[in-house]
Every structure is written in C-alpha cells, then in structure tokens.
Design a protein around this ligand. Structure first.
Ligand code: SAM
Length: 298
C-alpha cells in the first residue's frame, strides 16, 4: 500500500525558494514525498536533513549523499542539527500530523475504522498511550482534553461516561470506546464526533501542540537571512499556533510593541495562506483540511 501521498507538494516546496547549495530540513519525513521533491531541486552541494520519530518511516529512507534521516522528535530540531555541525539553515518544511500509513495500519490505533488497541503513539518507544489516558486520567482531565483538543461541547458528559464504564472493565480498544460513548454520538454525525474524540486523544498522546510550540520557537534562530519556513497543518488548533507565531511572535496573538511602536516579532508572512486546489482534494481526500503558511525572518 502507498505509504503516504504528499499534500500541497509543489506549493510547500516552492515556498522554500530553494537555493541550489542550501541546507534544508524536512521535519516530518513520513513517506518522503516532500523530501524527494526538495532533493530534486538541490544541487550537488545542497543538503537535506529529515526528521521522523516513527521508526516505520525508516523504510522510506532515501539513498543519497546529500540526505540524512534523523529518527527523533522535531521538538529537538536545533539540538540534533548542532550534532551534525549545523547552526543555520535556508529552509524548514513541516507537514504536521500523522501519515496515511499510520492511519491505515490498524494496530497503531489512530483510526476509528478498525477495532484496535487504543495506542496512537507516533513514537512507539514513548510511555503514554491513548489506553493509559482513557483508563487513568481523572474525569476533569479527560473532559479538558476532549473539550480543548477535540472541540467537543459535550466533553463533560463523555468524560463522565468513560469514568463510569472503566470502573467495570478497562477500556482497551477503539471499538470498546465507541460502544461506551455510543449514546452521546449524534446519529447523523457519529463518524465526525468519533474523529474529534480520536483527534483529542492523539494530540494528548503525542503532545502535538506543545511540540509544535517548542519547534516554532527555535525557527527564528535557525533560519539564515531570507531563509523560509513552510508549514502545512490539518486542524485549526495547529493552524492557530502557526498563524499567531508568525503574526505576533507569541501564541496568544498579542502584539508586543517596542518604545517606538514597532511590533516585536521575529517572523513575517510570505504571501497568504495556501489551500489545496479542488483537483488535489478530489484526488486525495486527506488534503481537504490542509493549510499552508509561509514565513521568513522579519
Ligand atoms: C503528514 S506525515 C508527513 C508526510 C510526508 N510529508 C510525505 O510526503 O510522505 C507526518 C509525519 O511526521 C511524523 N511526525 C509527526 N510529528 C512528529 C514529531 N514531533 N517529530 C518527528 N516526527 C513527527 C509522523 O510520524 C509522520 O510520519
């Protein structure tokens, strides 16, 4: 099966404005679609570092002297680049979230379609799984993550139901969770609700928003002059962080001005937000929620 079809491929790589001999980073290697496109535009002395915390991504490693794949979390981007003697780069691309491979492998537990262990770890070495969250977080913690990360208005009722059900029996699988919550899922929107519940758990398991913040904060010091940041996000919680950080340099979206009234922010937008064409969405349904933001140093 196809590991992953890259989304907004030419748009996100065009955004990097690739210099032939530049140094670039693809922090979400996955199936390597974006990495291959970057390499095709790089000259002999160019360099591409890629990150992926999922050991499965190693199977897509590209055999090319200009390419290095780092099997780590991109929250440590600066630290690992420094290990390779790299302090500054010409562009960083992030295609956030999970790959089709991760969704389609039933046992990874990301999909509402299969009955699988509630896992959802992108890095199988990490300690926290969705099962642990469902069976050990208290009612308030559960309600908070369902509300904040799943944007579910009935989060409190869902959390209560989970806590009640698990006193009888541990909730181990995705279908068990679905059954426990069944009466709270509106008939016509069952799949949408479940997807939101799974999204919330996935974000908590992988600390996705915290990781994204830590990553973005390192970008201003990493980019060379005229260097580019190209970020594709797939839900509003991620996109909001990217948008605010580019516009204001912080995650609250507050404009901080200096004595002269100049806004203190390290990055600025390059062009407007880009979304996939109708044709791309028709060909690849996973592109439907993608949003690309591009930035450079201010
Ligand atoms: C949407 S896919 C990227 C697909 C890739 N652009 C392609 O064309 O095949 C996201 C990938 O990033 C990885 N990933 C997500 N968050 C990560 C993180 N914090 N650190 C390292 N890898 C991460 C996932 O394991 C997944 O393989």
């Amino acid at each position: 099966m196809n590991y992953h079809s890259p989304v907004l491929l030419s748009e996100s790589v065009d955004a990097l404005d690739i210099k032939e001999n530049g140094i670039y980073v693809d922090v979400t290697f996955g199936g390597g679609g974006h990495s291959r496109e970057i390499l095709s535009r790089l000259g002999e002395n160019g360099k591409l570092f890629a990150f992926d915390q999922d050991p499965d991504a190693q199977q897509n490693k590209i055999d090319d002297d200009r390419f290095v794949l780092i099997a780590e979390n991109f929250r440590y981007i600066s630290r690992f680049l420094r290990f390779y003697g790299v302090k500054k780069v010409d562009g960083v691309l992030a295609d956030l979230g999970v790959s089709s491979h991760q969704f389609d492998e039933a046992e990874r537990g990301f999909s509402t379609r299969f009955d699988a262990d509630l896992d959802m770890r992108m890095n199988q070495k990490s300690q926290l799984s969705a099962k642990k969250i469902i069976n050990s977080y208290d009612e308030k913690q559960l309600a908070d993550i369902l509300y904040m990360y799943g944007e579910l208005r009935n989060a409190k009722a869902l959390a209560k139901e989970i806590v009640l059900a698990r006193t009888e029996q541990e909730i181990k699988t995705s279908f068990q969770l679905k059954e426990v919550l069944q009466r709270h899922l509106p008939k016509a929107k069952e799949n949408k609700f479940l997807a939101q519940i799974f999204q919330a758990l996935r974000i908590e398991v992988n600390e996705e928003l915290q990781v994204l913040k830590e990553f973005l904060q390192q970008i201003p010091d990493l980019l060379n002059e005229n260097g580019r940041l190209s970020v594709i996000s797939y839900h509003s919680l991620e996109d909001r962080l990217v948008k605010r950080f580019i516009q204001t340099g912080n995650f609250d979206g507050k404009m901080i001005k200096d004595f002269y009234g100049n806004i203190q922010k390290p990055l600025k937008n390059v062009g407007k937000m880009v979304i996939p064409t109708k044709e791309e969405i028709a060909e690849n349904n996973r592109a439907r929620s993608a949003k690309l933001r591009i930035a450079t140093l201010n």
